[in-house]
Design a protein around this ligand. Structure first.
Ligand SMILES: [Zn+2]
Length: 195
């Protein structure tokens, strides 16, 4: 993927965005990301983050690529941008989703998949309770490696080989087999990334 992460939006924004656009022109990418907003660490650049997000969405549409959204304490701000775009060609993933069922449905209505990672295995993570309300046709699995390692590796370095732990937990939540959830989420990912 190619994109300017919201936590890297700062005073040199124009320069950073020019670099992203040049890379998109020069190389082949499967998505524009991670892009979005992160108001957890710092709200100084809230407006700039929103502008960078909107600009990169425009480029995703120009290059016909999906987007991968990083959203931390910024659902309303992100939905404001996405709803403003109002283009059926826009598609993507809310990566490492940690919102509620209403937010998931709002994302799905905007043509987004919901990315489920290690948080679903966390005690008190809340995601396992929300997951049954999210239609499987809109779910993809992910690692976010090296972060958010699933239980029993929580707090350690995450890696893609831990993905079956996430699949097993998600399958248990939906009451289906690991085989079934693997097939469905793999199909969803292939469809989105046009593999
Ligand atoms: Zn992220």
């Amino acid at each position: 993927m190619m994109g300017l992460h919201p936590t890297h939006v700062g005073d040199n924004l124009a320069e950073e965005l020019a670099h992203v656009y040049a890379q998109l022109q020069q190389h082949h990418f499967v998505a524009v990301g991670e892009i979005g907003m992160d108001l957890y660490w710092d709200k100084t650049y809230q407006k700039a983050q929103q502008e960078a997000f909107a600009q990169q969405i425009a480029w995703a549409l120009e290059f016909d690529l999906p987007i991968v959204i990083h959203c931390r304490e910024a659902f309303d701000e992100i939905f404001e941008v996405l709803e403003g775009v109002n283009n059926p060609k826009l598609r993507g993933i809310f990566h490492c989703f940690t919102g509620n069922a209403t937010q998931a449905q709002r994302a799905i209505d905007l043509n987004m998949y919901v990315g489920i990672g290690g948080v679903v295995t966390f005690k008190n993570g809340g995601l396992a309770e929300t997951l049954p309300h999210i239609p499987l046709a809109s779910v993809v699995l992910e690692t976010d490696a090296p972060y958010l390692a699933p239980t029993p590796h929580r707090g350690k370095r995450n890696e893609p080989s831990f993905l079956p732990l996430i699949a097993a937990k998600a399958a248990a939540v939906y009451g289906i087999s690991v085989q079934e959830i693997s097939e469905i989420t793999a199909q969803n990912a292939k469809k989105l990334f046009a593999f």
